[in-house]
Design a protein around this ligand. Structure first.
Ligand code: SGN
Ligand code: CA
Length: 528
């Protein structure tokens, strides 16, 4: 407001009126800041058990100035599929990107970004893309190959060539986004998708943030030692436990030479590839932080005084400190981008969104990773600031999903989505004119490989969740109000027969509304 006022003060009265009319009439710009695997519990304003520790002042500031959605979900809790649902406004079985596999996203299909481009928007994407094919519908793109790297990352340029950049991936992605903002055609509206790798595995923080959580004890979730009884037997087959599957080097940053001859039981040994990418100066900063801490742990481990649970607890602390460390730079990015908008008089007519491709387990059920339809990974953060349209400090309760982004972004730009789009615009919710756009959500997960999570499907209402595991013929039902941690499967219990029937009906209704195929169509063999 201040910047606009200053700008207007420097212009003649006629120019002032013209400038005001132009900005009021011109479609809003959109800055979409998107990260990878950012759990709601790692965003302070979501108020979870880590809210005093989660380092997100700039994301929280956005939430203060706009809306923090309390019930925002993905359609399929895995990277590429979530991104494909965002671009197309459709469930995975309709956009064809069901899993993170070698098969590329079909960039010839309709996407909201192409629609914005046709409507004179300048379009850009920088950072993690992860859909295999080249981005289409973007005037400018510069993307990470696959998952990308944290230190000295390579980026694929529009000419198809890879180029390496010195530094930390989150900072480099942000700086590239700002360079593009500076170089854009300033007469046109724009959409910028700034998509970070962090806080994805290998959970490696910026070197300047390594010490951020020194001496802090991160609170443990109640289900850190979940034994998975009372739910589908497939839960026990998971390969995403902090206990058994986090790796000592790759995830926990204990390099081979630091183990002093101690053999640490290990599920898989991936080495420490991120360390190997660093230059001597970067390695020295890393070593200065990790070496003494690793020595302390190995000494305690060797002494035989640590119980198995103590070791799991140590792993949890190490995992969370690294994960939250990566969040710090993502939050810095939100701060830098919003400051840029302010400094350049763009704040008033730019919508800023912060979201992430899915949630993540921060020790709940003993896990890291995502995939399951349980709340921690089914939920996506969704924070949105739209000056003059969204009431500051809003906390909408409406259930929204990533298939809603495409029609919403189009309506914000004064456009509409074609009828085959399955998501719904939430613009009326943003404007406070409507309370909800649906009464139940449909979920489908199709991989059965890394981390060993079986295909499953389900429905979630405001109060309950029904999950189906078709290939073991199991159903799980949860009362989300009585059992928010989703520990007690109440399926088949007489006293819940009515709600069970209701959830079944909702599930079938949504499968038919979305034209979901029979389970057999996308059945896969378990991949090792
Ligand atoms: C990689 C990770 C997995 C992660 C998937 C999917 N392993 O394969 O831990 O679940 O990505 O993540 S790693 O050894 O390569 O780090 S996603 O965000 O791309 O869906
Ligand atoms: Ca992800």
């Amino acid at each position: 407001m201040k910047t606009l006022a200053l700008l207007l003060a420097s212009l003649s009265p006629l120019a002032v009126a013209e400038e005001k009319n132009r900005s009021e009439a011109s479609p809003p710009n959109i800055v979409f800041i998107f990260s990878d695997d950012h759990a709601l519990n790692a965003i302070s304003s979501y108020g979870g058990p880590l809210s005093k520790i989660a380092p997100t002042p700039h994301i929280d500031q956005l939430a203060k100035e706009g809306a923090l959605f309390q019930n925002s979900f993905c359609a399929n809790s895995i990277c590429g599929p979530s991104r494909a649902s965002i671009l197309t406004g459709k469930h995975s079985h309709k956009n064809g990107f069901l899993r993170n596999t070698k098969r590329p996203f079909d960039g010839n299909q309709w996407t909201f970004i192409k629609e914005l481009q046709k409507a004179n928007y300048q379009t850009a994407i920088i950072g993690k893309w992860h859909l295999k094919s080249k981005p289409t519908g973007f005037d400018h793109w510069e993307i990470l190959p696959g998952q990308g790297n944290y230190y000295n990352p390579d980026f694929i340029q529009m000419n198809g060539k890879r180029k390496r950049f010195k530094g930390y991936v989150t900072d480099i992605t942000t700086n590239k986004a700002i360079d593009w903002l500076n170089s854009r055609d300033k007469t046109k509206p724009f959409i910028l998708m700034c998509q970070h790798k962090a806080p994805h595995r290998t959970f490696s923080p910026a070197l300047r943030h390594l010490d951020a959580f020194n001496g802090i004890k991160i609170p443990e979730p109640a289900t850190l030692f979940d034994d998975y009884s009372t739910r589908s037997k497939t839960l026990k087959e998971n390969e995403m436990e902090i206990d058994r599957h986090l790796t000592w080097g790759y995830d926990l940053k204990l390099r081979k030479g630091e183990r002093q001859g101690v053999v640490l039981p290990e599920f898989r040994d991936y080495g420490t590839p991120e360390y190997n990418r660093m230059n001597p100066q970067q390695k020295a900063a890393w070593d200065a932080h990790f070496k003494p801490l690793n020595k302390k742990f190995i000494t305690a481990y060797k002494s035989g005084t640590m119980s198995h649970q103590d070791v799991v607890r140590w792993k949890y602390q190490r995992y969370l400190k690294n994960y939250l460390g990566t969040v710090k730079a993502v939050d810095d990015s939100v701060g830098k981008l919003t400051k840029y908008l302010k400094d350049n008089g763009l704040s008033e007519n730019t919508i800023v969104i912060y979201s992430s491709d899915q949630g993540f387990y921060l020790g709940e059920h003993g896990w890291f990773d995502k995939r399951w339809m349980f709340e921690e990974s089914f939920k996506m953060p969704f924070v949105i600031k739209w000056p003059g349209q969204i009431k500051p400090n809003s906390r909408p309760e409406a259930m929204i999903q990533n298939i809603d982004y495409a029609p919403t972004f189009l309506e914000m730009a004064g456009l509409s989505a074609p009828p085959e789009v399955q998501g719904k615009s939430i613009v009326n919710i943003l404007k406070g004119k409507e309370q909800s756009v649906r009464k139940a959500l449909y979920y489908a997960y199709y991989e059965h490989g890394e981390h060993s999570v079986p295909q499953h499907f389900g429905v979630r209402t405001k109060t309950h969740k029904l999950i189906h595991f078709p290939f073991t013929k199991e159903w799980n039902l949860f009362d989300l109000q009585a059992d928010p941690q989703e520990i007690n499967n109440i399926y088949g219990q007489k006293e819940h027969a009515a709600i069970q029937e209701h959830l079944h009906a909702e599930y079938q209704r949504l499968r038919s509304e979305f034209d979901a195929p029979p389970y057999e169509k996308f059945k896969t063999k378990r991949k090792k």
